[in-house]
Design a protein around this ligand. Structure first.
Ligand SMILES: Cc1cc2nc3c(=O)[nH]c(=O)nc-3n(C[C@H](O)[C@H](O)[C@H](O)COP(=O)(O)OP(=O)(O)OC[C@H]3O[C@@H](n4cnc5c(N)ncnc54)[C@H](O)[C@@H]3O)c2cc1C
Length: 421
């Protein structure tokens, strides 16, 4: 760890010279990227400072104390960037990292398919080589933010004669091209954050293959380990998790818009990490702080959140030591979904009969109701609870693997999944 007080002074001096909420968001993100303070654990060469996770905490604390707006968030910085940093060539990093760290290019994740979610390795989207390009056809689903995305991380099958895990490759695909059709899906909350994405002979230049041909599963695991590290998701980035940042607007304007959105957007609340604060406010308002059962429940959730945080810190220490998040990140993912469920149930218990209302009639303009409708997704997105338990059983505890006859057969001969030709 560097000298913490010297680091603190350095960040403070830089903030004094650079931070203002009157800056256009794009200018601020450019400054953060140039200085490397937005993602301090990333390598210096790629918009970081090469700091340990303990030092990064010092940096983030200083940014927060100054009221400074965080770096870009969302699939771009949460999934695409760590995967490109871990598996990309220098040319790929040079092409894609600047757009990501400045929020100029927005990314989405094209992994799941109608017949391949938990069994992602069974996916059917095909990529076939045509000269200097790959030609991709298939259907993806549940793609968060695809309607706003310029680029996507994509897994596709390049060799159907190999067993399912072996014939996959990982690509960086331009979403703004004729062969890509994005259709939004309506969720039970009434929002449209998910999409179906239809790929019809979409084109990818050969230089946008990430990792080697046929090595797609290994690269995919790098992405998924980051996704399951839910502490990573709530790292405190700026901007909404889903959407296009308004780079020309001043930060003061952006913050005002976000405040009004978080007031009635359950997903924004969940990703922004303000749920427990709302829960405590509600507990005061409804007198739950004097109810012995509800007090117990509040303390239980707090303890779980603390344990979750320590688990996340351990994962970050692994990352800082140059490792990748391992199967242990599944523990964090499971804790995250359990905490979300407990907070949802507690919010509605605290509100009593008012918990049945929606929208402006409900307490806090119904944000806890929206959060409740978003909560089931925590145990599905990025690997379901059951799959994460399997990972812990097999890869952490060393229990025998689930029997899977499809593991060694050529993918072409499998009877499950969709779009077999
Ligand atoms: C909020 C949210 C955001 C998402 N964003 C994206 C995105 O941006 N991009 C993307 O590609 N995908 C995204 N997804 C999709 C997500 O990755 C899949 O929903 C997830 O992997 C589960 O796949 P599935 O929905 O096909 O369910 P299935 O795989 O069909 O599972 C159905 C049920 O069967 C259980 N099950 C399946 N296999 C086993 C097994 N071997 N052992 C025990 N139980 C099993 C599961 O646990 C589950 O309960 C998102 C999902 C959510 C909820």
């Amino acid at each position: 760890m560097a000298d913490a007080s010297a680091l603190r002074d350095e960040v403070r001096a830089w903030l004094a010279d650079n931070w203002s909420d009157q800056l256009p968001l794009g200018d601020w993100w450019q400054r953060l990227a140039d200085a490397g303070w937005g993602f301090p654990t990333w390598p210096r060469q790629w918009f970081g400072r090469g700091l340990s996770s303990d030092d990064a905490k010092v940096v983030r604390a200083e940014l927060r104390a100054a009221g400074a707006y965080g770096p870009p968030s969302g699939v771009s910085t949460f999934l695409a960037a760590p995967t490109i940093l871990a598996c990309g060539t220098d040319d790929q990093k040079a092409r894609f990292m600047p757009g990501i760290v400045t929020g100029r290019e927005v990314w989405c994740q094209l992994f799941s398919e109608p017949g391949a979610g938990s069994d992602l390795a069974g996916l059917a989207t095909r990529a076939e080589r045509d000269g200097d390009e790959w030609v991709v056809s298939g259907q993806k689903v549940w793609n968060t933010g695809a309607q706003f995305a310029d680029w996507a991380i994509l897994v596709a099958r390049t060799d159907p004669d190999q067993p399912k895990h072996k014939g996959l490759s990982y690509f960086l695909i331009d979403m703004r091209q004729p062969g890509v059709e994005v259709r939004p899906l309506k969720e039970m909350s009434g929002d449209e954050t998910f999409n179906e994405v239809f790929l019809s002979e979409a084109r990818i230049p050969v230089e946008n293959l990430l990792g080697s041909l046929g090595e797609g599963w290994r690269v995919t695991m790098t992405t998924l380990m980051n996704e399951r590290d839910s502490e990573n998701a709530a790292m405190g980035g700026g901007g909404s998790f889903v959407g296009r940042p308004r780079l020309d607007a001043t930060i003061a304007e952006v913050v005002a818009e976000e405040k009004s959105r978080v007031a009635d957007d359950g997903m924004a609340l969940a990703m922004g990490g303000g749920v427990f604060r709302h829960l405590m406010e509600q507990a005061q308002t409804f007198g739950a702080t004097k109810d012995p059962v509800l007090r117990q429940a509040l303390m239980r959730v707090h303890i779980l959140r603390e344990l979750h945080r320590y688990n996340g810190l351990r994962t970050k220490a692994t990352l800082a030591a140059g490792g990748q998040p391992g199967p242990e990140s599944s523990t964090g993912k499971l804790m995250g979904s359990e905490i979300a469920r407990q907070m949802r149930d507690l919010a509605w218990q605290i509100q009593g009969p008012y918990g049945q209302l929606m929208g402006d009639d409900a307490p806090l303009r119904g944000v806890m109701q929206k959060y409740g409708l978003f909560t089931p997704s925590a145990s599905i997105a990025g690997g379901t609870d059951e799959i994460n338990k399997n990972i812990i059983g097999e890869r952490v505890l060393g229990l025998p693997k689930e029997p899977d006859v499809s593991r060694e057969l050529p993918w072409r001969e499998l009877k499950v999944g969709t779009q077999r030709t």
